[in-house]
Ligand binder design. Structure first.
Ligand code: FES
Ligand SMILES: [Fe+2]
Length: 303
């Protein structure tokens, strides 16, 4: 499978708890995510190298992952450290593990050659400064590129979002405000700006230092994408009020995102880098650049 090479926010940290391995599908692969004794996350193929049942059906005991079927135990690097029948490790049994790290409330997966993995994932430093966040997810039946391009496209605001954020929006001259570089795409609009950072995070500054919308676009496979949508805010710190505000912000954001989704999922489902004869206009400048960079940075396979 072809995707842009880099660190992807892949699953929210709070979805991987305690002794319970979590099954996920990412980049078209079935994976298991679990935590060792220190709480450090590991991501491996969700298939036992003994007889191929799902490791996510097993459990974490004493910091190792035990298969549900015959109890073989695996360390976080995928090595088999115990076969109950022999009482010994088995050097010939290894589960493939993927480079991963955890920060900012996400477990990140490296897509591309493992030896090229960078030390840090991309992030928006402004979201670290004492803001709290709420989160929901949304599944879209289309390639990640279509979901990302939707967030780079401001010309749809007065149409798809005529009843919400696009009311009264004027299109003229916004294409001059793009800042395009190898790792990010930024657009300054009148009252706000957004930044996309390759390969899969996007943030909209609504009020500087106080209120941001954030999306991580997580590839399930070539035709499905999971969006982790967060509202970061600094208005309210009292927990009960914070939860109430989160409900309101997420309600608003879901309404807007559903407007987007209603049209985006009617694109051809495959990658937007596959030419289907689209004719792009000046407002699509960010999308043109995105397709160029995405194509240049694309690599085949996990490792
Ligand atoms: S299939 Fe996993 S231990 Fe046998
Ligand atoms: Fe939109």
């Amino acid at each position: 499978m072809d995707f842009y090479s880099g660190w992807y926010a892949a699953i929210s940290s709070d979805e991987v708890k305690g002794n319970k391995p979590t099954a996920i599908r990412r980049f078209g692969r079935e994976l298991v995510v679990w935590r060792d004794r220190d709480g450090k996350a590991s991501v491996m193929d969700d298939s036992c190298p003994h007889r191929s049942v799902k490791l996510s059906l097993g459990s974490v005991k004493n910091g190792v992952l035990a298969c549900a079927f015959h109890g073989f135990e695996f360390a976080s690097d995928g090595s088999c450290i115990l076969v109950p029948e022999t009482g010994k490790p088995a050097a010939n049994l290894r589960c493939r593990s993927m480079p991963c790290l955890e920060s900012h409330g996400f477990i990140w997966l490296w897509y591309g050659p493992a030896e090229q993995a960078e030390s840090h994932p991309p992030w928006f430093e402004e979201l670290d400064e004492g803001l709290s966040w709420s989160q929901y997810t949304s599944s879209w039946p289309c390639h990640i590129t279509r979901c990302i391009e939707n967030q780079l496209d401001y010309a749809h605001l007065p149409y798809i979002h005529a009843s919400t954020i696009g009311r009264g929006f004027k299109l003229q001259d916004n294409d001059r405000n793009f800042e395009l570089d190898d790792d990010s795409i930024k657009l300054r609009l009148k009252q706000s700006h957004f930044i996309f950072k390759f390969p899969n995070i996007w943030s909209l500054q609504i009020l500087p230092g106080r209120f941001y919308q954030f999306i991580a676009f997580v590839p399930i496979d070539l035709e499905n994408t999971l969006l982790y949508v967060r509202a970061y805010q600094r208005f309210v710190t009292i927990p009960v009020l914070r939860n109430a505000l989160a409900l309101i912000l997420d309600y608003q954001s879901k309404k807007i995102l559903l407007q987007d989704k209603s049209v985006v999922i009617s694109h051809p489902r495959q990658s937007s880098t596959i030419d289907v004869g689209e004719k792009l206009y000046p407002s699509d400048k960010g999308i043109v650049w995105f397709r160029k960079r995405w194509s240049e940075g694309t690599t085949e396979g996990f490792e």
